[in-house]
Design a protein around this ligand. Structure first.
Ligand code: BGC
Length: 868
């Protein structure tokens, strides 16, 4: 694809250096810390406004925008990983860049380029793959895509943040080969792709917290890789002024500063930190500011002088873009005179974005099995049963920092209804639940204090919700994230809030009513205190406490139709984020599973959508099991027994056990596919689009088969990466275990023949890249996509190496009968292992086998060659 480049011209480094040296120590130091949750410090004197950041990675999170704002919700990391398509990833990232720019955002916190080491990892859904090469190439494409719009990428989390348990203290023990060959490889790729910023991780690596790991942050990133971008902390992950700064951390986030910023100025004045360390950090922040257009250009640069010829081609458009009235329109909450004045919502998405994410989602769906039932023939589908807890309430995106406000989410049920001809008979039954938490109160009939649907939110200054509130509004959510998203005029460290409304029970019975939160909080039912955590301190380990989700409350016998007043109150006495949520579970009286089975019996086809939700797929905590939550496995088994044409859609961010996979007509893995889920699903089920995905992870037959599973550190907080370089499929190969579904696997609706391959290995022997020419033909009756995968297997080596490793891949799209020749390249480095003793990559002379195929376990062509 061609990306429309829309970025500001590079400001010459000497110019920036002079600018840095013209600033006082305090001004320079201000550049090294945030001023609030989402803005890095600016410097008035040089016209540098604070740069705005937002999460990432699957859309613009927009926590500083007015309520009602929304941005395109793209497929999650594993979904993009499953496309194996650098072009589509670059396109999606460019789209996020466009929206970020519209929202005034300078740098976006993503992509996540950590490795899916265990299927339990809470953030697996944000990562691309278990494989470093697949991750590296897609990550580089993402960086190129987003930065083509003049918005910085911020690949994260450098490095070893591959699971979430005790994420701020865990000490990941990773041997040097595994670090280099697996975990660092994607970071190396984004550095090569020219990322303008990067985020250090919370955890420790081999004993040292990432924020102060000089071997990684200076020696490797700066000296060996020559990277000049901004290295920032994860939120609250900076540790020590002198150590962090000296190790190479440039920016502490969020603000106000606790470690760098004014503390760094003090340390420089006290000669505890070298002034040149401060200068380098300030220079890198100004370089970033220049790149994202936050630093006003001087006349000379604007006039086009001092540019290299390469700049000239795009300069005119870049400058025009920088001057456009709508460029970086600051959609931040202004410090309004009237703090309760409504703000205009920011609507960033549009029809083009919807079409793109629909295509990307279809391209990520992995068809694992198909007995021929798919694609469905709409003319023969008279009655369809759409079942499962995710059919009408899907999980389109994960939770935590990655969670964005989407304009809408099309459910599988809605998508199929829209796509199948009018008159098709639909029957829907959820069958069972999948909830981790007691569901949101607002899912039941509730009215705010004025009788409108929803709840009333009221804010007070100070620690007690007393007297006339400062702000009052209606909320359709009973889950409030009070993190940089407070009404103007409310201080993060000195407010109290009440969330209240009337629940009208739809039936009589025992209801569970609970609150969750971070900050002192209490729950009242009909004015009676039922849970009291008012004096509970905010979590010391804020990032983990936010997402822990402790629930306090009770069960209550309620009468149908008789309203009950539910209120939760919270006070925030610290500058940390607060959170307040109310959950309510209604009595479960009916045989929902039986109803789903009955529905399946009566239908031509049963589509069962199983999976997880945002509470299961969440940062800050790992899952405990790969079993689908609730009674979902039982649901699939019983539906499959009732209807031979049962298609199972797995709506989960990472690997789940699929014990029933051989008993159903088809299994499609759909990941967390973003706002267009239902439409993309209908496209694929009805054959309008190909199921384009291939597994970016291995799915095991049993949890015990995964080379790394348990993510709990030992009593010393150590998490030892015992499998070393044998992560993912490499571990299955090493142990001789057959997976249920192999890495790279995925079916289409057509067939491909791998006709021949030709390797010009001479180049390799002479230190040049070798070319591998592979001929493939679409031998089926439909147009289709094939992902040609290239693996390398060393015949023998002086160190234990994985049996085979992915080293290249290409997407081929062919019409029926069409054939093509693709060219993949192989370099020395693709054959090499990291020699920790000599500190270099070593491509050992000897025999290597080149394997080309459609998955790691379905090799179609092979050839051996000798590396002299
Ligand atoms: C996450 C980061 C995220 C940051 C800001 C942290 O908890 O680990 O990935 O970018 O919060 O939301």
């Amino acid at each position: 694809m061609t990306l429309n480049i829309d970025a500001t011209p590079e400001i010459p480094i000497e110019r920036l250096d002079a600018l840095v040296r013209s600033l006082s120590i305090e001004e320079r130091a201000n550049l090294t810390a945030g001023i609030d949750s989402w803005r890095a410090g600016g410097v008035d004197g040089i016209g540098l406004e604070p740069m705005l950041t937002q999460d990432g990675p699957n859309g613009v999170r927009g926590t500083t925008f007015a309520r009602g704002s929304s941005a395109t919700c793209t497929p999650c990391g594993t979904a993009l990983g499953a496309t194996w398509d650098v072009d589509i990833v670059a396109e999606v990232a460019a789209r996020i860049g466009v929206e970020a720019k519209r929202a005034g955002v300078h740098y976006m916190l993503g992509p996540v380029v950590n490795i899916i080491r265990s299927p339990l990892g809470g953030r697996d859904f944000e990562c691309y793959s278990e494989d470093p090469v697949l991750t590296a190439r897609l990550a580089a494409a993402y960086v190129t895509g987003i930065q083509s719009q003049g918005v910085a990428a911020c690949p994260k989390h450098f490095v070893g943040n591959d699971s979430e348990t005790k994420r701020t203290t865990v000490n990941c023990i990773i041997d040097e080969r595994a670090l280099r060959e697996v975990y660092l490889l994607p970071f190396e790729a984004v550095v090569k792709a020219g990322t303008w910023s990067m985020m250090v991780a919370y955890n420790r690596v081999n004993g040292i917290h990432c924020s102060r790991n000089a071997a990684l942050n200076s020696t490797l990133l700066r000296e060996e890789w020559g990277w000049d971008g901004v290295l920032m902390s994860d939120w609250y992950a900076a540790h020590d002024t002198a150590d962090d700064a000296t190790a190479g951390l440039d920016l502490e986030m969020p603000g106000p500063a606790k470690v760098l910023g004014s503390y760094l100025a003090e340390a420089v004045r006290a000669r505890k930190v070298d002034e040149e360390t401060l200068n380098s950090a300030a220079l890198r922040v100004l370089t970033l500011a220049g790149r994202v257009g936050a630093l006003p250009l001087d006349a000379e640069i604007e006039a086009g002088k001092e540019r290299t010829p390469a700049h000239d081609a795009v300069t005119a458009t870049r400058i025009a873009a920088a001057k456009r009235a709508d460029f970086r329109r600051p959609w931040l909450q202004p410090a309004a005179a009237d703090p309760s004045a409504p703000l205009e919502p920011v609507l960033l998405s549009d029809a083009d974005a919807a079409a793109l994410v629909r295509r990307a989602a279809a391209d990520s769906f992995v068809l694992l099995t198909n007995d021929g039932t798919l694609p469905l023939n709409p003319a023969k589908t008279h009655r369809i049963a759409v079942l499962g807890p995710n059919a009408a309430a899907p999980c389109t995106q994960g939770g935590g920092a990655a969670h964005i406000t989407a304009p809408y989410a099309i459910s599988p049920l809605d998508g199929l209804r829209a796509a199948l001809p009018e008159g098709t008979d639909f029957v829907h039954e959820p069958g069972c639940t999948k909830d981790r938490f007691v569901p949101q109160l607002t899912l039941l009939p509730v009215a705010d204090m004025e009788g409108k649907p929803g709840l009333t939110v009221e804010f007070w200054h100070g620690q007690e919700p007393k007297g006339e509130p400062f702000v009052r509004y209606n909320s359709t959510s009973s889950d409030l994230h009070l993190f940089g998203d407070l009404p103007a005029g409310v201080a993060q460290n000195d407010f109290s809030i009440r969330l209240s409304g009337y629940l009208t029970p739809p039936m009589s019975g025992l209801y569970k009513i609970v609150m969750r939160g971070l900050g002192g909080r209490r729950l009242l039912v009909d004015g009676k205190l039922v849970a009291d955590e008012w004096d509970s301190p905010a979590g010391i380990d804020i990032p983990t406490a936010i997402f822990e989700g402790k629930e306090d409350g009770d069960s209550f016998e309620l009468e149908a139709g008789k309203p009950v007043l539910i209120a939760a109150e919270l006070h925030s006495s610290s500058s940390s984020p607060s959170l307040l949520a109310i959950g309510t579970a209604a009595p479960d009286a009916s045989d929902t599973l039986g109803a789903a089975v009955t529905a399946a019996k009566s239908a031509d086809v049963a589509v069962v959508v199983v999976g997880t939700d945002e509470a299961w797929e969440h940062e800050g905590r790992d899952r405990q099991t790969t079993t689908l939550p609730g009674r979902q496995n039982e649901l699939v088994e019983r539906v499959a027994a009732a209807n031979a044409r049962t298609i199972v859609i797995v709506n989960a961010g990472c690997q789940m056990d699929l014990p029933w996979a051989d008993k159903v007509a088809a299994v499609l893995y759909a990941w967390l596919p973003g706002q267009e889920f239902g439409n993309a699903l209908a496209d694929v089920l009805l054959g309008v689009a190909e199921p384009g995905g291939r597994l970016p992870v291995t799915i095991a037959r049993s949890a015990a088969d995964y080379p790394a599973f348990d993510t709990t550190p030992d009593s010393d907080d150590k998490l030892v990466y015992r499998e070393s370089v044998n992560v993912g499929y490499r571990g299955f190969d090493a142990a001789g275990i057959a997976p249920r579904f192999a890495f790279g696997h995925g079916l289409g609706y057509t067939t491909f023949e791998y006709q021949s391959m030709e390797l010009s290995a001479e180049g390799l022997c002479e230190g040049e890249p070798a070319e591998l020419r592979v001929k493939v033909k679409n031998t089926g009756k439909r147009a289709g996509k094939e992902v040609v995968q290239l693996y390398v297997a060393p015949n023998k080596a002086s160190v234990p190496r994985p049996k085979m490793e992915l080293k290249g891949f290409a997407v081929v799209r062919l019409k029926p009968g069409e054939s093509t020749e693709i060219v993949l390249t192989l370099e020395d480095r693709d054959l090499a292992w990291w020699d920790a003793r000599k500190q270099h990559w070593h491509a050992e002379p000897g025999k290597y086998e080149i394997l080309v195929g459609r998955s790691s376990r379905d090799i179609k062509l092979r050839q051996t060659f000798d590396l002299a």
